[in-house]
Design a binder for this molecule. Structure first.
Ligand code: ADP
Ligand code: MG
Length: 395
């Protein structure tokens, strides 16, 4: 367990289609961290600007159309590895007093999707050497990209659906040939997905050639790479969360079976199911998933192996598709799952407040490990080059 009373920055929002969902996760995390620590909201607005302040704990702040909230702006001081609060509010340039450093022990990232879950934010924090909860850049980026995900799963011998990926340039050059290659490879029904989005945004099920063309058109508006894969019909979806960090034995949660209103889980099913915009907490689901002991164990084992194969850290939710013959396929990994999947840990005897402590503990341990890595490699290369060029000048 980490010491109590830590200053924990909770980052949420971000330039992502999952911005609003992230606000819900962020506010949940702030609420639960309050019990043992001093959480600090760090809101990344759609504009890309960062803000802090107590007003950010209120959901109403985000419901105004006026753009950025009325809160203190934060600036990233990369050189010194810290965040700075513009002391008088407003922008740093307008501020008369000098900016104050924000003393943070660790950051909890509640950012879903683009730039928050895909390694971008993690990269900025690495440059600043700030410890944060969740996987490092490589694992975050790999899990966010559905094509890279397929490659890593295949390499690790983990089951995934076959797929065909193509680029926007190919599509714009010759739409008919992209559709023809898909049709040669797979029968309908098919799924088209943008490679690096989430929350079902741009995901389409298609049963006819015009539907396929429309789905790809939409997919390529949203992403530069799309993939097509066969649909799993009359099957089910099962998710399992895993907690751990590289070099430690991962632990799998109980499994859930999300319940979709239609043939696949839409954004609405995932986040609006409870009708209160509660994030994944409000979605309809069965816990534990009613799939029997043997399938449950298989899913938990595959989830833990996928977590390890990607080098994940923190809590990752691994999503599966199970077909009518009970064949199990890993669908995707969500490295910052909605609500940190706390509802999958609670039935296993890990309350949300303890889950947060374990995540912080893992983050601090991983950060210490990272700092042990040598980044200095002394050579006489430059001296030799300088001597060489002097000799050259003389000759
Ligand atoms: N091959 C498939 N067969 C059946 N349903 C699928 C398939 N791929 C995706 N889905 C449905 O679409 C939803 C969204 O797809 P997913 O791959 O999870 O993308 P996202 O990253 O947007 O969550 C899934 O939750 C599932 O309901
Ligand atoms: Mg999904």
């Amino acid at each position: 367990m980490p010491p109590s009373g830590l200053r924990v920055g909770v980052a949420f929002g971000g330039r992502s289609v999952e911005h609003d969902v992230s606000i819900v996760t962020g506010l949940q995390a702030l609420g639960v961290l309050e019990e043992r620590h001093s959480p600090v909201p760090i809101y990344i607005a759609r504009s890309g600007r960062w803000y802090t302040g107590e007003t950010l704990r209120e959901l109403s702040v985000y419901q105004q159309d006026s753009g950025d909230p009325d809160a203190e702006e934060i600036h990233f001081d990369l050189h010194n590895g810290r965040l700075l609060r513009a002391a008088t509010g407003g922008s740093l340039l307008r501020s008369r007093r000098s900016p104050e450093p924000m003393e943070l022990d660790v950051l909890v990232l509640a950012t879903h999707g683009t730039q928050g879950e895909d390694g971008c934010l993690q990269g900025a924090l690495e440059l600043a050497r700030l410890p944060y909860v969740g996987p490092a850049v490589g694992a975050a980026a790999a899990a966010m990209d559905k094509v890279t995900t397929k490659a890593i799963l295949a390499q690790a011998g983990l089951p995934a659906l076959d797929h065909l990926a193509s680029r926007r340039e190919q599509w714009e050059r010759d739409r008919a040939s992209v559709c023809a290659s898909v049709r040669e490879r797979f029968p309908f029904p098919l799924y088209v997905k943008p490679a690096s989005l989430g929350s079902s945004v741009g995901v389409s099920r298609c049963c006819t050639d015009p539907e396929l063309a429309d789905a790809l058109e939409l997919g390529f508006e949203l992403d530069r790479v799309c993939l097509v894969e066969p649909a799993v019909e009359d099957g089910s979806e099962v998710n399992c969360a895993v907690i751990g960090r590289p070099g430690a034995e991962p632990r799998a949660s109980v499994c859930e079976q999300p319940v979709a209103a239609e043939s696949f889980l839409s954004f609405h099913d995932k986040y609006m199911g409870g009708g209160k915009g509660e994030g994944m907490k409000g979605a309809q689901r069965l816990i534990p998933a009613p799939i029997g002991e043997q399938l449950t164990e298989q899913v938990q084992d595959l989830a833990a192996r996928a977590f390890t194969a990607f080098g994940c850290a923190g809590v990752t939710r691994v999503d599966f598709l199970i077909d009518a013959q009970e064949r199990v396929y890993v669908n995707e990994l969500n490295t910052i799952p909605g609500s940190f999947s706390f509802y999958l840990w609670e039935p296993a005897g890990l309350p949300f407040v303890d889950l947060m402590d374990e995540l912080i503990d893992l983050a601090l341990a991983d950060h210490r490990e990272q700092l042990r890595t040598t980044t200095v490699f002394a050579t006489n290369l430059l001296a030799l080059r300088a001597a060489g060029s002097k000799a050259g000048e003389k000759a």
